[in-house]
Ligand binder design. Structure first.
Ligand code: SAH
Length: 410
Protein backbone atom coordinates (compact mmCIF):
# COMPACT_ATOMS: atom_id res chain seq x y z
CA UNK A 1 0.00 0.00 0.00
CA UNK A 2 1.25 3.47 -0.80
CA UNK A 3 1.80 5.68 2.23
CA UNK A 4 -0.46 8.67 2.60
CA UNK A 5 0.85 11.84 1.00
CA UNK A 6 3.13 13.80 3.29
CA UNK A 7 3.36 17.52 3.67
CA UNK A 8 6.65 19.26 3.07
CA UNK A 9 8.65 20.39 4.85
CA UNK A 10 7.56 18.82 8.15
CA UNK A 11 9.02 15.35 7.44
CA UNK A 12 11.85 16.74 5.36
CA UNK A 13 13.50 18.48 8.26
CA UNK A 14 13.25 15.26 10.22
CA UNK A 15 16.53 13.72 9.02
CA UNK A 16 16.37 11.94 5.69
CA UNK A 17 17.56 14.06 2.80
CA UNK A 18 15.05 15.22 0.23
CA UNK A 19 14.69 17.27 -2.92
CA UNK A 20 11.58 19.33 -3.54
CA UNK A 21 10.51 19.59 -7.17
CA UNK A 22 9.62 22.78 -8.96
CA UNK A 23 5.88 22.52 -9.66
CA UNK A 24 6.45 23.57 -13.29
CA UNK A 25 9.03 20.85 -13.84
CA UNK A 26 7.65 17.75 -12.12
CA UNK A 27 5.56 16.42 -15.01
CA UNK A 28 8.27 14.37 -16.66
CA UNK A 29 9.11 12.43 -13.51
CA UNK A 30 5.45 11.90 -12.69
CA UNK A 31 4.89 10.55 -16.21
CA UNK A 32 7.47 7.83 -15.73
CA UNK A 33 10.82 9.38 -16.60
CA UNK A 34 13.53 8.31 -14.13
CA UNK A 35 15.63 11.51 -13.99
CA UNK A 36 15.36 14.81 -12.13
CA UNK A 37 17.43 17.58 -13.70
CA UNK A 38 19.03 20.22 -11.50
CA UNK A 39 16.71 22.89 -12.90
CA UNK A 40 13.66 20.92 -11.82
CA UNK A 41 14.62 21.12 -8.14
CA UNK A 42 13.47 24.04 -5.96
CA UNK A 43 15.02 23.01 -2.66
CA UNK A 44 17.44 20.45 -1.28
CA UNK A 45 17.06 19.42 2.34
CA UNK A 46 19.58 17.61 4.52
CA UNK A 47 22.87 18.13 2.62
CA UNK A 48 23.01 14.77 0.79
CA UNK A 49 26.43 13.55 -0.36
CA UNK A 50 27.32 12.02 -3.72
CA UNK A 51 25.16 8.96 -4.32
CA UNK A 52 23.13 9.37 -1.14
CA UNK A 53 19.50 8.32 -1.20
CA UNK A 54 17.05 11.23 -1.23
CA UNK A 55 13.30 11.40 -1.11
CA UNK A 56 11.78 13.12 -4.12
CA UNK A 57 8.97 15.38 -2.96
CA UNK A 58 6.48 17.40 -5.01
CA UNK A 59 5.82 21.06 -4.26
CA UNK A 60 2.62 19.88 -2.60
CA UNK A 61 4.60 17.76 -0.20
CA UNK A 62 3.95 14.29 -1.57
CA UNK A 63 6.88 11.88 -1.64
CA UNK A 64 6.86 10.37 -5.13
CA UNK A 65 9.97 8.25 -4.98
CA UNK A 66 13.50 7.63 -3.76
CA UNK A 67 16.53 8.37 -5.85
CA UNK A 68 20.29 8.79 -5.84
CA UNK A 69 21.65 12.30 -5.45
CA UNK A 70 24.45 13.42 -7.74
CA UNK A 71 25.68 16.88 -6.70
CA UNK A 72 27.89 17.46 -9.77
CA UNK A 73 25.69 16.19 -12.55
CA UNK A 74 22.95 18.06 -14.41
CA UNK A 75 20.99 14.85 -13.86
CA UNK A 76 20.80 15.64 -10.15
CA UNK A 77 18.67 12.68 -9.04
CA UNK A 78 18.17 9.27 -10.64
CA UNK A 79 15.16 7.36 -9.47
CA UNK A 80 15.59 4.06 -7.65
CA UNK A 81 11.95 3.46 -6.85
CA UNK A 82 8.53 5.11 -6.82
CA UNK A 83 7.66 3.21 -3.66
CA UNK A 84 8.52 5.70 -0.93
CA UNK A 85 8.15 2.99 1.72
CA UNK A 86 10.88 0.78 0.29
CA UNK A 87 14.43 0.76 1.61
CA UNK A 88 17.43 1.22 -0.67
CA UNK A 89 19.83 -1.41 0.65
CA UNK A 90 21.56 -4.66 -0.30
CA UNK A 91 18.25 -6.53 -0.49
CA UNK A 92 16.87 -3.91 -2.89
CA UNK A 93 19.73 -4.45 -5.34
CA UNK A 94 19.50 -8.19 -5.06
CA UNK A 95 15.80 -8.05 -5.85
CA UNK A 96 16.31 -5.75 -8.84
CA UNK A 97 19.04 -8.02 -10.17
CA UNK A 98 16.92 -11.12 -9.72
CA UNK A 99 14.06 -9.48 -11.63
CA UNK A 100 16.39 -8.40 -14.46
CA UNK A 101 17.74 -11.93 -14.84
CA UNK A 102 14.21 -13.38 -14.76
CA UNK A 103 13.11 -11.08 -17.59
CA UNK A 104 15.99 -12.29 -19.71
CA UNK A 105 15.34 -15.91 -18.91
CA UNK A 106 11.90 -15.42 -20.38
CA UNK A 107 13.34 -13.81 -23.54
CA UNK A 108 16.52 -15.67 -24.40
CA UNK A 109 17.52 -19.24 -25.05
CA UNK A 110 20.15 -20.83 -22.83
CA UNK A 111 23.01 -20.11 -25.24
CA UNK A 112 22.17 -16.40 -25.41
CA UNK A 113 21.64 -16.22 -21.65
CA UNK A 114 25.27 -17.26 -21.19
CA UNK A 115 26.43 -14.17 -23.10
CA UNK A 116 24.00 -11.33 -22.58
CA UNK A 117 23.37 -8.02 -20.91
CA UNK A 118 21.96 -8.83 -17.50
CA UNK A 119 21.36 -5.25 -16.44
CA UNK A 120 20.63 -2.38 -18.81
CA UNK A 121 20.51 0.69 -16.58
CA UNK A 122 17.26 2.61 -16.35
CA UNK A 123 15.33 -0.06 -18.26
CA UNK A 124 16.00 -2.48 -15.39
CA UNK A 125 15.35 0.07 -12.65
CA UNK A 126 19.08 0.40 -12.01
CA UNK A 127 20.22 3.75 -13.45
CA UNK A 128 23.95 3.91 -14.06
CA UNK A 129 24.41 0.14 -13.86
CA UNK A 130 25.37 -2.10 -16.77
CA UNK A 131 26.22 -5.75 -16.21
CA UNK A 132 27.23 -7.96 -19.13
CA UNK A 133 27.62 -11.68 -18.69
CA UNK A 134 30.33 -13.42 -20.69
CA UNK A 135 30.18 -17.08 -19.79
CA UNK A 136 31.14 -17.30 -16.10
CA UNK A 137 32.45 -13.73 -15.84
CA UNK A 138 30.25 -10.68 -15.33
CA UNK A 139 31.56 -7.29 -16.41
CA UNK A 140 30.16 -4.41 -14.40
CA UNK A 141 30.10 -0.80 -15.50
CA UNK A 142 28.96 1.91 -13.09
CA UNK A 143 28.35 5.36 -14.50
CA UNK A 144 26.35 7.30 -11.92
CA UNK A 145 27.04 8.58 -8.41
CA UNK A 146 24.25 6.39 -7.05
CA UNK A 147 25.57 3.24 -8.69
CA UNK A 148 29.03 4.05 -7.40
CA UNK A 149 27.69 4.54 -3.88
CA UNK A 150 26.15 1.06 -3.92
CA UNK A 151 29.07 -0.60 -5.72
CA UNK A 152 29.62 -3.27 -3.06
CA UNK A 153 25.96 -4.15 -2.75
CA UNK A 154 25.66 -4.42 -6.54
CA UNK A 155 28.74 -6.64 -6.84
CA UNK A 156 27.43 -8.85 -4.02
CA UNK A 157 24.05 -9.14 -5.71
CA UNK A 158 25.66 -10.14 -9.02
CA UNK A 159 27.82 -12.74 -7.35
CA UNK A 160 24.91 -14.17 -5.40
CA UNK A 161 22.37 -14.19 -8.23
CA UNK A 162 24.60 -15.46 -11.04
CA UNK A 163 27.11 -17.70 -9.27
CA UNK A 164 29.74 -16.29 -11.60
CA UNK A 165 33.45 -16.99 -11.20
CA UNK A 166 34.40 -13.31 -11.18
CA UNK A 167 32.95 -9.82 -11.41
CA UNK A 168 35.23 -7.57 -13.41
CA UNK A 169 34.72 -3.82 -13.21
CA UNK A 170 34.99 -1.64 -16.30
CA UNK A 171 33.93 1.67 -14.82
CA UNK A 172 36.05 3.58 -17.33
CA UNK A 173 33.35 5.22 -19.44
CA UNK A 174 33.88 8.94 -20.02
CA UNK A 175 30.44 9.84 -18.72
CA UNK A 176 31.69 9.17 -15.19
CA UNK A 177 33.43 12.54 -15.33
CA UNK A 178 30.05 14.27 -15.43
CA UNK A 179 29.30 12.63 -12.09
CA UNK A 180 32.66 13.60 -10.58
CA UNK A 181 33.85 9.98 -10.61
CA UNK A 182 37.30 8.71 -11.56
CA UNK A 183 37.80 5.70 -13.81
CA UNK A 184 38.22 2.33 -12.11
CA UNK A 185 38.84 -1.12 -13.58
CA UNK A 186 39.76 -4.55 -12.25
CA UNK A 187 38.32 -7.65 -10.61
CA UNK A 188 36.07 -6.77 -7.69
CA UNK A 189 34.87 -10.30 -6.95
CA UNK A 190 36.94 -13.42 -7.66
CA UNK A 191 40.16 -13.27 -9.65
CA UNK A 192 40.84 -13.27 -13.36
CA UNK A 193 44.27 -14.33 -14.53
CA UNK A 194 43.21 -14.74 -18.16
CA UNK A 195 41.06 -11.78 -19.14
CA UNK A 196 40.01 -13.35 -22.46
CA UNK A 197 36.76 -15.18 -22.02
CA UNK A 198 35.10 -17.29 -24.70
CA UNK A 199 31.44 -16.92 -25.55
CA UNK A 200 29.21 -18.58 -28.13
CA UNK A 201 26.72 -16.50 -30.09
CA UNK A 202 24.32 -18.17 -32.50
CA UNK A 203 26.79 -21.03 -32.75
CA UNK A 204 29.85 -18.84 -33.40
CA UNK A 205 32.71 -18.65 -30.92
CA UNK A 206 34.09 -15.26 -29.97
CA UNK A 207 36.82 -14.39 -27.55
CA UNK A 208 36.07 -11.34 -25.45
CA UNK A 209 38.83 -9.44 -23.70
CA UNK A 210 37.02 -8.08 -20.67
CA UNK A 211 39.99 -6.01 -19.50
CA UNK A 212 41.23 -4.48 -22.76
CA UNK A 213 38.21 -4.66 -25.07
CA UNK A 214 36.01 -1.69 -25.89
CA UNK A 215 33.12 -0.92 -23.55
CA UNK A 216 32.68 -4.13 -21.55
CA UNK A 217 34.46 -6.19 -24.22
CA UNK A 218 31.86 -7.08 -26.83
CA UNK A 219 28.85 -5.51 -28.57
CA UNK A 220 26.12 -7.79 -27.30
CA UNK A 221 23.47 -5.38 -28.54
CA UNK A 222 24.19 -6.48 -32.14
CA UNK A 223 23.64 -10.21 -31.45
CA UNK A 224 20.44 -10.62 -33.44
CA UNK A 225 21.54 -8.18 -36.14
CA UNK A 226 24.64 -10.30 -36.71
CA UNK A 227 22.30 -13.25 -37.26
CA UNK A 228 20.39 -11.14 -39.83
CA UNK A 229 23.64 -10.45 -41.66
CA UNK A 230 24.50 -14.14 -41.62
CA UNK A 231 21.18 -14.84 -43.34
CA UNK A 232 21.91 -12.23 -46.04
CA UNK A 233 25.43 -13.38 -46.82
CA UNK A 234 25.19 -16.47 -49.02
CA UNK A 235 27.68 -16.16 -51.88
CA UNK A 236 28.07 -12.45 -51.17
CA UNK A 237 31.15 -10.28 -51.34
CA UNK A 238 30.85 -8.47 -48.01
CA UNK A 239 32.37 -5.20 -46.77
CA UNK A 240 32.27 -4.96 -42.98
CA UNK A 241 33.09 -1.45 -41.75
CA UNK A 242 34.06 -0.81 -38.13
CA UNK A 243 34.58 -4.52 -37.76
CA UNK A 244 36.00 -4.63 -34.20
CA UNK A 245 36.72 -8.25 -33.20
CA UNK A 246 35.02 -9.76 -36.22
CA UNK A 247 31.39 -9.93 -35.07
CA UNK A 248 29.69 -9.30 -38.40
CA UNK A 249 32.60 -10.77 -40.40
CA UNK A 250 32.29 -14.18 -38.78
CA UNK A 251 28.51 -14.08 -39.04
CA UNK A 252 28.85 -13.40 -42.77
CA UNK A 253 31.33 -16.25 -43.22
CA UNK A 254 29.05 -18.58 -41.28
CA UNK A 255 26.29 -17.58 -43.69
CA UNK A 256 28.34 -18.58 -46.70
CA UNK A 257 29.88 -15.29 -47.81
CA UNK A 258 32.29 -15.59 -50.71
CA UNK A 259 34.60 -12.94 -49.25
CA UNK A 260 34.62 -10.50 -46.35
CA UNK A 261 36.69 -7.33 -46.14
CA UNK A 262 36.71 -5.89 -42.59
CA UNK A 263 37.93 -2.38 -41.83
CA UNK A 264 38.83 -1.10 -38.37
CA UNK A 265 41.33 1.41 -37.03
CA UNK A 266 42.25 -0.77 -34.05
CA UNK A 267 45.08 -3.25 -34.65
CA UNK A 268 44.27 -4.92 -31.34
CA UNK A 269 40.64 -5.50 -32.31
CA UNK A 270 41.67 -6.94 -35.68
CA UNK A 271 44.17 -9.28 -34.03
CA UNK A 272 41.39 -10.69 -31.89
CA UNK A 273 39.16 -10.89 -34.98
CA UNK A 274 41.78 -13.08 -36.67
CA UNK A 275 42.02 -15.28 -33.58
CA UNK A 276 38.23 -15.59 -33.56
CA UNK A 277 38.22 -16.62 -37.20
CA UNK A 278 40.77 -19.31 -36.48
CA UNK A 279 38.93 -20.58 -33.40
CA UNK A 280 35.89 -21.23 -35.59
CA UNK A 281 37.87 -22.99 -38.27
CA UNK A 282 36.66 -20.67 -41.03
CA UNK A 283 38.57 -20.42 -44.30
CA UNK A 284 41.03 -17.57 -43.67
CA UNK A 285 41.51 -16.97 -47.40
CA UNK A 286 37.98 -15.59 -47.60
CA UNK A 287 38.69 -12.89 -45.01
CA UNK A 288 40.67 -9.68 -45.53
CA UNK A 289 41.46 -7.37 -42.62
CA UNK A 290 42.28 -3.71 -43.21
CA UNK A 291 43.67 -1.65 -40.37
CA UNK A 292 42.52 1.74 -41.60
CA UNK A 293 40.27 4.72 -41.12
CA UNK A 294 36.91 3.84 -42.67
CA UNK A 295 36.38 7.33 -44.10
CA UNK A 296 39.63 7.07 -46.06
CA UNK A 297 39.54 3.38 -46.81
CA UNK A 298 36.11 3.47 -48.45
CA UNK A 299 37.42 6.16 -50.80
CA UNK A 300 40.40 3.95 -51.63
CA UNK A 301 38.16 0.98 -52.33
CA UNK A 302 36.02 3.15 -54.59
CA UNK A 303 39.09 4.48 -56.42
CA UNK A 304 40.29 0.89 -56.86
CA UNK A 305 36.97 0.03 -58.52
CA UNK A 306 35.90 -2.44 -55.83
CA UNK A 307 32.22 -3.28 -55.31
CA UNK A 308 30.24 -5.46 -52.89
CA UNK A 309 26.95 -7.32 -52.53
CA UNK A 310 26.58 -6.52 -48.85
CA UNK A 311 27.96 -3.60 -46.84
CA UNK A 312 27.73 -3.33 -43.04
CA UNK A 313 28.28 0.05 -41.37
CA UNK A 314 28.45 -0.13 -37.58
CA UNK A 315 30.33 3.00 -36.52
CA UNK A 316 31.05 4.16 -32.98
CA UNK A 317 28.84 6.75 -31.33
CA UNK A 318 29.32 9.93 -33.39
CA UNK A 319 26.74 11.88 -31.35
CA UNK A 320 26.55 11.07 -27.64
CA UNK A 321 23.88 13.78 -27.21
CA UNK A 322 21.62 15.83 -29.46
CA UNK A 323 24.13 18.71 -29.21
CA UNK A 324 26.53 16.74 -31.40
CA UNK A 325 23.87 15.78 -33.93
CA UNK A 326 24.96 18.15 -36.72
CA UNK A 327 28.53 16.99 -36.92
CA UNK A 328 27.44 13.40 -36.50
CA UNK A 329 24.94 13.77 -39.32
CA UNK A 330 27.73 14.77 -41.69
CA UNK A 331 29.81 11.76 -40.67
CA UNK A 332 26.87 9.35 -41.06
CA UNK A 333 26.01 10.83 -44.43
CA UNK A 334 29.60 10.55 -45.64
CA UNK A 335 30.03 6.86 -44.87
CA UNK A 336 26.56 5.91 -46.10
CA UNK A 337 27.12 7.77 -49.36
CA UNK A 338 30.40 5.96 -49.87
CA UNK A 339 28.73 2.66 -49.00
CA UNK A 340 26.01 3.19 -51.62
CA UNK A 341 28.71 3.91 -54.20
CA UNK A 342 30.44 0.62 -53.35
CA UNK A 343 27.22 -1.37 -53.46
CA UNK A 344 26.31 -3.37 -56.55
CA UNK A 345 22.82 -3.10 -58.01
CA UNK A 346 20.60 -5.41 -56.03
CA UNK A 347 23.05 -5.26 -53.13
CA UNK A 348 22.16 -4.77 -49.48
CA UNK A 349 23.32 -2.09 -47.03
CA UNK A 350 23.00 -2.80 -43.31
CA UNK A 351 23.60 0.53 -41.62
CA UNK A 352 23.55 1.50 -37.94
CA UNK A 353 23.76 4.42 -35.58
CA UNK A 354 24.30 3.94 -31.85
CA UNK A 355 24.15 7.69 -31.14
CA UNK A 356 21.62 8.63 -28.48
CA UNK A 357 21.53 12.09 -30.04
CA UNK A 358 20.29 10.82 -33.42
CA UNK A 359 16.68 9.56 -33.49
CA UNK A 360 15.62 6.69 -35.75
CA UNK A 361 13.71 9.22 -37.82
CA UNK A 362 16.67 11.54 -38.25
CA UNK A 363 18.92 8.59 -39.04
CA UNK A 364 16.64 7.45 -41.83
CA UNK A 365 16.60 10.98 -43.25
CA UNK A 366 20.40 11.15 -43.22
CA UNK A 367 20.72 7.79 -44.98
CA UNK A 368 18.03 8.81 -47.49
CA UNK A 369 20.05 11.95 -48.25
CA UNK A 370 23.15 9.85 -48.77
CA UNK A 371 21.30 7.60 -51.23
CA UNK A 372 20.08 10.59 -53.23
CA UNK A 373 23.58 12.04 -53.44
CA UNK A 374 24.95 8.66 -54.53
CA UNK A 375 22.28 8.45 -57.23
CA UNK A 376 20.88 5.28 -55.63
CA UNK A 377 17.34 4.16 -55.00
CA UNK A 378 16.80 1.84 -52.09
CA UNK A 379 14.01 0.00 -50.37
CA UNK A 380 13.74 -0.48 -46.60
CA UNK A 381 13.74 -4.23 -46.00
CA UNK A 382 13.82 -3.97 -42.21
CA UNK A 383 14.38 -1.66 -39.27
CA UNK A 384 16.72 -2.92 -36.60
CA UNK A 385 17.25 -2.25 -32.93
CA UNK A 386 19.28 -3.62 -30.05
CA UNK A 387 18.76 -7.22 -28.95
CA UNK A 388 15.98 -7.74 -26.37
CA UNK A 389 18.38 -7.98 -23.43
CA UNK A 390 18.84 -4.22 -24.02
CA UNK A 391 15.22 -3.24 -23.34
CA UNK A 392 13.79 0.24 -23.85
CA UNK A 393 11.29 1.82 -21.46
CA UNK A 394 8.45 3.64 -23.16
CA UNK A 395 8.86 6.58 -20.77
CA UNK A 396 12.62 6.71 -21.32
CA UNK A 397 13.25 7.10 -25.05
CA UNK A 398 16.87 8.07 -24.33
CA UNK A 399 17.41 4.36 -23.80
CA UNK A 400 16.77 3.65 -27.47
CA UNK A 401 20.26 4.34 -28.72
CA UNK A 402 20.83 1.67 -31.39
CA UNK A 403 18.93 1.87 -34.63
CA UNK A 404 19.60 0.29 -37.98
CA UNK A 405 18.22 -0.17 -41.46
CA UNK A 406 18.49 -3.01 -43.95
CA UNK A 407 18.29 -1.41 -47.38
CA UNK A 408 18.21 -3.01 -50.79
CA UNK A 409 19.70 -0.96 -53.57
CA UNK A 410 17.89 -1.07 -56.90
N1 SAH B 1 30.50 -4.14 -35.47
C1 SAH B 1 31.25 -4.46 -34.28
C2 SAH B 1 31.27 -3.31 -33.29
C3 SAH B 1 31.83 -2.01 -33.85
S1 SAH B 1 32.36 -0.94 -32.62
C4 SAH B 1 30.68 -5.72 -33.64
O1 SAH B 1 29.59 -6.18 -34.03
O2 SAH B 1 31.33 -6.27 -32.77
C5 SAH B 1 33.11 0.35 -33.51
C6 SAH B 1 34.49 0.02 -34.06
O3 SAH B 1 34.88 1.11 -34.87
C7 SAH B 1 35.61 -0.13 -33.04
O4 SAH B 1 36.22 -1.36 -33.23
C8 SAH B 1 36.60 0.99 -33.35
O5 SAH B 1 37.95 0.56 -33.23
C9 SAH B 1 36.28 1.29 -34.77
N2 SAH B 1 36.52 2.65 -35.26
C10 SAH B 1 36.21 3.83 -34.68
N3 SAH B 1 36.47 4.86 -35.50
C11 SAH B 1 36.96 4.32 -36.65
C12 SAH B 1 37.40 4.86 -37.89
N4 SAH B 1 37.35 6.17 -38.12
N5 SAH B 1 37.83 4.01 -38.83
C13 SAH B 1 37.86 2.67 -38.61
N6 SAH B 1 37.44 2.11 -37.46
C14 SAH B 1 37.00 2.91 -36.49
Amino acid sequence: MRPAPERAPSRITGGSAAVVLNPERERSLLRGHPWVFSGAIDQVHGDPGSGATVRIVTAEGQTVGLGAYSPQSQIRVRLWTRDAASAIDGAFFRERLRAAIERRRALLGSESLAACRLVHGEADGLPGVVADRYSDVVVLQLTSAGAEHWRDAIANAIEAETGCRAVYERSDAEVRELEGLDARTGAIRGTLVETRVEIVEHGIRYRVDVARGQKTGFYLDQRDNRARVRDLSRDADVLNCFGYTGGFALAALAGGARSVVSVDSSAEALALARANLEANGFDASRAEWAEADVFQHLRQLRDAGRSFDLVVLDPPKFAPTAAHADRAARAYKDINLLAFRLLRHGGVLVTFSCSGGVSPDLFQKIVAGAAVDAGSQAQVLARLQAAPDHPVMLAFPEGEYLKGLILKRF
